[in-house]
Design a protein around this ligand. Structure first.
Ligand code: FES
Length: 89
């Protein structure tokens, strides 16, 4: 069964100015074969930007896995891994 991959994008100010703006309209920027496999939502700042521990903004979560210093390519790579996983279950 195909499960949707859940992508949560931090909409906090710091993530936004550190590159998160690139994730606006992200649904349109996904490769065609992934478009119907991904559920994208925003999240309020989870506070990772306040510590150095998790890395640097912007932060995106893909199925509860945290990506620091996220950019579109990194996020797509993570989504692909999740999609591939899903087919083995
Ligand atoms: S603004 Fe994104 S983690 Fe704080």
């Amino acid at each position: 069964m195909n499960k949707m991959v859940e992508v949560s994008i931090c909409y906090g100010t710091l993530c936004f100015v550190m590159g998160g703006a690139a994730f606006e309209m992200m649904g349109d920027k996904l490769p065609d074969d992934l478009k119907d496999k991904v559920a994208i939502k925003g999240m309020n700042c989870p506070g990772y930007c306040n510590t150095q521990e998790q890395g640097r903004p912007p932060f995106v979560m893909v199925n509860q896995k945290l990506i620091a210093g996220a950019n579109l390519n990194k996020v797509i790579e993570f989504i692909r891994k999740e999609v591939d996983h899903g087919t083995n279950q």
